[in-house]
Design a protein around this ligand. Structure first.
Ligand SMILES: Nc1ncnc2c1ncn2[C@@H]1O[C@H](COP(=O)(O)OP(=O)(O)OP(=O)(O)O)[C@@H](O)[C@H]1O
Ligand SMILES: [Mg+2]
Length: 501
């Protein structure tokens, strides 16, 4: 601009869409075709607010392009461009600038339209009162600063939101890698085990997850064969399709056949409609054949054929149906022995035993008992909503010394029962454990203790009474009857031996 004052005030080009930062404070731009007005107003704001001036609408737009302006005051009547037209343009180009119209006469219609459509923020009528005008411009400048502040915040917010979105994406990516690493280390969800025996097993489970091979899972009752089968499926490529389980030992052959392969209507009495079997159900996913060692011989033949051909026929139908199913099977038996004794088909055995996962007995998993016990305590306290625990060192030791013929399931039942019996706030001590678990310990502890005979007998008495009370849910009449003493005598002993009942 040729106006020297304009140059002097606001050299820096600041686009009003950007934060002001260290830019000079926003100026007020006065637009009027009468030089007198400009001089007057410049004097009015001179010190307080930087003032820029323009003699016409087009000139004003040029000034706006180069300077940081917060408020524009335009005269309505100007030769090239009316004040409202200028402000409409300003609204379009610099929406944050607060727009004020100066109008010498009641050009009411134009003014109202301009106000209604938001082109004008305020109007000041000519001749104006200097104090009023100064006030109006001051408050307009405040409005502008607020708008800018809001715009900045909004911008920062969207920058933050974008940052968050990026961080989230990053987190998701990390999660995926982490999951991969975790399953690489074979720390599968719901599968607890740190013992070296379990680590070896989980290494094979990792291989089973990566491949699509048939897996035979072997282990004593309660060692977690089904848990492992699910872990394999839900971590494998087939995880988004179904996992279907069927116990092969629990039903007669005909029923098992129709369960697995389905049947067509009328194929036998009671087959009132077509029925999809589990093979079709599990198409694309995994079929878990539990207790495979108990599968009747004729079914073994049919299963073998399905595995060889990759297709099934519903009972009563000759139409083959292609299925893509991964087979996991489990047994507590030694299948090789079963093969030798002719109980299990050798050819089927070889088909099933491609990858072998052997689950060690719990007594062979050093350190896992304590970990699992804590895990189940957590599970059942959460489920019952009752705050009990922790497990006392004595109880942990008793658990660690028990051979657990029923393996993890027996340990789980033990904890479930203890939590059910405990009063809120109680720790899990040996009085809450079953006689199977504590019994083993009792003998070793009492015989190894160095207290007097009387002391040892009292201890035995205390345990017998505690256990009887537990068995009878604290019912003293029943417990006394079982112990062969009177209720009064029982009560006396409870007090004497300080039994919590
Ligand atoms: N490693 C483990 N971590 C956590 N829970 C386990 C683990 N292994 C087994 N369990 C729990 O123990 C119980 C028995 O597991 P599961 O049913 O898988 O055993 P199983 O070997 O199939 O038994 P069965 O031979 O009697 O069919 C389940 O409640 C399961 O949740
Ligand atoms: Mg099972």
């Amino acid at each position: 601009m040729s106006d020297p004052i304009n140059k002097q005030i606001n050299q820096r080009s600041t686009d009003d869409s950007h934060p002001a930062g260290d830019a000079p404070p926003p100026a007020v731009l006065i637009v009027d075709d009468e030089p007198n007005t400009l001089t007057l107003l410049r004097q009015l704001f001179g010190r307080e607010i930087p003032v820029l001036t323009a003699g016409s609408g087009p000139q004003a737009l040029e000034v706006l392009a180069d300077n940081h302006v917060g408020v524009i005051v335009a005269d309505q009547r100007m030769p090239d461009m009316s004040g409202t037209d200028l402000l409409a343009e300003v609204m379009h180009r610099h929406p944050n600038i607060v727009r004020i119209i100066l109008t010498a006469y009641a050009d009411i219609d134009t003014l109202l339209e301009a106000i209604n459509t938001g082109k004008v923020f305020q109007y000041v009528s000519k001749p104006w009162d200097n104090r009023d005008l100064a006030m109006t411009v001051r408050s307009a400048m405040e409005t502008y600063k607020l708008r800018r502040h809001n715009a900045d915040l909004l911008e920062q917010n969207s920058a933050l939101i974008e940052e968050l979105r990026q961080a989230n994406l990053e987190l998701q990516r990390e999660n995926v890698t982490l999951k991969r690493e975790v399953s690489g280390a074979y720390q599968l969800d719901n599968v607890i085990g740190v013992s070296s025996a379990m680590k070896n097993t989980l290494r094979v489970v990792g291989k089973a997850i990566e491949s699509d091979a048939t897996v035979l899972i072997n282990g004593e009752t309660g060692t977690g064969k089904e848990v492992i089968a699910r872990a394999i499926h839900y971590n494998s490529q087939r995880r988004n399709r179904k996992f279907v389980a069927q116990n092969c030992g629990s039903m007669p052959e005909a029923l098992l056949e129709s369960e697995l392969f389905g049947h067509s209507r009328g194929s036998f009495t009671g087959a009132v409609k077509d029925h999809r079997g589990l093979f079709e159900e599990a198409d694309g996913g995994t079929l878990f054949l539990d207790e495979i060692g108990d599968m009747p011989m004729p079914m073994q033949v049919k299963l073998l054929r399905v595995l060889e051909e990759g297709e099934i026929r519903r009972v009563g139908s000759n139409t083959p149906i292609k299925v893509d199913v991964r087979i996991l099977s489990a047994t507590h038996k030694n299948l090789r022995d079963e093969v030798e004794s002719g109980e299990f088909r050798r050819d089927l055995y070889y088909r099933l035993d491609v990858l072998r996962v052997h689950l060690p007995a719990l007594r062979d998993r050093d350190g896992d008992i304590v970990l699992l016990a804590k895990h189940f305590l957590e599970k059942y306290t959460q489920r019952s909503g009752k705050r009990v625990g922790p497990i006392t060192p004595r109880a942990l030791q008793a658990l660690s010394e028990h051979p657990f013929p029923g393996n993890v399931r027996e340990l789980e039942n033990e904890l479930e029962r203890a939590v059910a019996l405990a009063n809120p706030g109680d720790p899990i001590d040996i009085d809450l454990l079953s006689s199977e678990v504590v019994g083993d310990r009792e003998i070793s502890e009492i015989s190894g203790g160095n207290s007097s005979l009387r002391g040892r007998l009292r201890e035995v008495e205390r345990r017998m009474i505690t256990q009887e009370l537990l068995k009878n849910n604290g019912n003293r009449t029943h417990s006394a009857a079982k112990l062969g003493i009177s209720v009064r005598a029982l009560q006396k002993k409870i007090n004497l031996l300080e039994i919590k009942a």
